[in-house]
Design a protein around this ligand. Structure first.
Ligand SMILES: *[C@@H]1O[C@H](CO)[C@@H](O)[C@H](O)[C@H]1NC(C)=O
Ligand SMILES: *[C@@H]1O[C@H](CO)[C@@H](O)[C@H](O)[C@H]1NC(C)=O
Ligand SMILES: *[C@@H]1O[C@H](CO)[C@@H](O)[C@H](O)[C@H]1NC(C)=O
Ligand SMILES: *[C@@H]1O[C@H](CO)[C@@H](O)[C@H](O)[C@H]1NC(C)=O
Ligand SMILES: *[C@@H]1O[C@H](CO)[C@@H](O)[C@H](O)[C@H]1NC(C)=O
Ligand SMILES: *[C@@H]1O[C@H](CO)[C@@H](O)[C@H](O)[C@H]1NC(C)=O
Ligand SMILES: *[C@@H]1O[C@H](CO)[C@@H](O)[C@H](O)[C@H]1NC(C)=O
Length: 549
């Protein structure tokens, strides 16, 4: 019973699920200031002198003002009114970022109009967004592509503040409604990122590919690989759920060699393996790329967690489930991380684990769940030890030494290999050290946010069949551990610089893309999606009631 309840909960709190409630806590924490002009001019001069070794990046976690009504269509004017309210706040963040010398700012997915739409009710929020090849500065030619007030305003914000701006908006593309894939309305509708350069010119447009329960949008024909060049490196773009898949995310890094990825998201945190700051920092490290993450801020849907992540360590991150405030983050980032002295060496993720003699397999291996995935677990009985736990072809090894064994805390080592979750389209391989929710072993794998146990030493490795492994370390109260761990080139994830802070989880999260099941892309309004929408909405309501009781 316990387990079943937990599985339901995990289903509801999946990442990137855009089902919301109409809350409109407006928040802004803005620091007014004045020396913007001089900074902008200074930045301009540097830009023209030479390519830069580093640049100043900004991301803004935005507490989006949601529309009151997403069930019946509103007028275009009302839609614009709402979008302008959100852009008023984004404008302050963009100005503030520019004043502090940022060359580029990322704003979140859904930041301008929210979520929970149908195809019809999103329509008044959409604009026709042309291919960047048309060479368009909306701020200078506001009427060139019809009624595009949102694009004009964003372009002017970039231009006026002399800063690259990424925003997430909705694109509509007329199609021949007699065509077989053209929706009955005669428009394709896309969840879209746009980027404007310092002149306000549209330089990039990306249509999200891996939709997550977004019946208002269409899946583009194929994944788009979108890059643009600047004097401070080459950039790639994708959105939210895209990060779990090979295309376009891995292709951008491996084949197109981007230096920095811009990543707007509306990410619902899922403990223990998929909180935003935890997974995103691990992806940056595993892929060896800068990742600029702007998450939507919506506490009751567990959306929080933004950051600027470099390949060797997070630069800055933010997680706040106490307030309803937005937050601007800034950091200095290497323009070309691959040629930086701190760039991590290539890792063979299975080298150590496949060559050592496995530790004696534990007698007390038991099955348990993280979300819907059935793991094999073994308990860390002693203060220190060497453990192995296997599932099918994956064996996970752990050597550890705790500072002291807390009476009320139990940790397990877990292994999982297989198709993940309810969708069963993504193939995961995971080795994880997790704190159990209670001392009852049936609670291992359930979300837990606090811990007391510190480790003097840990070393985690696994016999991974994939080269795509993301190293995660999450500390008590949802904190990261920059500078306190590293990955050795034989694939061991080890602690560094002494005693750890209390640990929630240490994990090697592997994605074996070539074993993925053919995915049924979400987003189309088919019966299954509709069913899921209704079901999850009900579950959220049920859970909220539970919480309130
Ligand atoms: C939603 O409705 C309330 C009350 O009618 C109103 O005060 C508020 O401005 C509306 N919000 C938006 C975003 O339209
Ligand atoms: C940009 O600046 C122009 C004039 O300098 C002003 O008219 C316009 O309102 C500004 N737009 C934005 C979005 O800041
Ligand atoms: C960026 O520059 C590289 C060469 O440095 C070039 O191969 C690539 O096509 C450029 N990309 C774009 C989008 O202009
Ligand atoms: C990783 O190391 C193992 C064990 O030494 C070796 O068999 C394997 O070929 C290596 N993999 C790669 C991709 O180098
Ligand atoms: C380990 O996992 C496999 C596959 O799920 C399962 O068949 C096996 O029973 C598990 N072992 C234990 C001890 O739970
Ligand atoms: C774990 O193994 C290492 C060598 O592989 C050994 O030095 C150490 O004593 C072992 N630790 C425990 C607690 O058994
Ligand atoms: C552990 O939890 C399970 C499920 O709630 C329960 O059936 C079992 O009795 C508990 N065990 C102990 C030792 O409390």
């Amino acid at each position: 019973m316990q387990q079943r309840a937990n599985q339901t909960q995990s289903l509801v709190f999946m990442e990137c699920m855009f089902i919301g409630f109409n809350r409109s806590h407006l928040t802004l924490a803005m620091i007014p200031s004045s020396f913007q002009a001089s900074v902008a001019v200074f930045a301009q001069i540097i830009l023209h002198v030479s390519a830069l070794d580093t640049f100043r990046a900004a991301v803004y976690e935005h507490a989006v003002i949601l529309p009151n009504n997403t069930e019946t269509p509103v007028s275009q004017d009302d839609a614009l009114l709402l979008m302008n309210k959100n852009m008023d706040i984004l404008e302050k963040a963009i100005k503030q970022a520019a004043e502090q010398g940022a060359q580029i700012i990322v704003t979140p997915e859904d930041a301008i109009y929210g979520w929970k739409f149908t195809r019809e009710t999103i329509f008044p929020y959409l604009e026709y967004i042309p291919d960047p090849q048309v060479n368009w500065i909306p701020c200078q030619q506001p009427h060139r592509f019809g009624h595009t007030p949102v694009q004009v305003r964003l372009s002017c914000l970039a231009k006026n503040n002399s800063i690259y701006v990424l925003a997430n908006i909705g694109d509509k593309k007329p199609c021949n409604s007699r065509g077989s894939t053209c929706p009955p309305s005669g428009y394709y509708q896309y969840n879209t990122n746009v980027v404007y350069d310092t002149q306000g010119k549209l330089v990039a447009r990306y249509h999200k590919y891996h939709l997550y329960s977004e019946p208002q949008f269409d899946v583009p024909e194929k994944p788009e690989v979108v890059t643009f060049n600047t004097t401070f490196g080459r950039f790639g773009i994708f959105t939210c759920f895209d990060i779990l898949f090979h295309d376009p995310a891995v292709t951008l890094v491996k084949d197109f060699q981007v230096d920095t990825v811009l990543f707007p998201t509306a990410w619902m945190n899922v403990l223990p393996l998929l909180t935003a700051i935890e997974f995103h920092s691990a992806w940056a490290m595993g892929m060896g790329v800068n990742l600029l993450v702007a998450n939507t801020h919506h506490v009751s849907l567990r959306m929080t967690g933004s950051g600027i992540y470099a390949p060797h360590s997070p630069k800055v991150y933010y997680y706040d489930k106490e307030t309803e405030l937005g937050k601007l983050l800034l950091a200095e980032v290497d323009s070309h991380p691959r040629i930086s002295p701190t760039y991590p060496t290539a890792v063979n993720w299975s080298a150590y684990a496949t060559t050592i003699k496995p530790f004696p397999v534990q007698k007390h291996t038991f099955g348990g769940f993280i979300s819907r995935d059935e793991f094999n677990f073994t308990e860390l009985f002693e203060n220190a030890g060497n453990l192995t736990v296997c599932q099918k072809e994956l064996c996970c090894h752990l050597s550890y030494r705790m500072l002291g064994k807390e009476e009320n805390e139990v940790y397990v080592l877990g292994a999982f290999t297989g198709l993940h979750g309810r969708r069963r389209s993504e193939y995961w391989q995971v080795c994880t050290l997790v704190k159990c929710k209670s001392t009852n072993l049936t609670t291992c794998g359930q979300p837990v946010e606090t811990a007391l146990t510190r480790f003097e030493m840990f070393s985690l490795s696994g016999t991974f069949g994939t080269e795509y492994v993301f190293p995660e370390v999450l500390l008590t109260n949802i904190h990261l551990a920059p500078g306190k761990f590293e990955v050795l080139n034989d694939g061991r994830l080890v602690n560094k610089n002494g005693l750890s802070e209390p640990i929630l989880t240490v994990s090697l999260f592997g994605r074996w893309y070539t074993k993925d099941a053919l995915s049924i892309s979400g987003g189309t309004s088919n019966a299954a999606t509709t069913y899921l929408l209704i079901f999850t909405s009900l579950m959220i309501i049920a859970l909220q009631n539970t919480v309130m009781v």
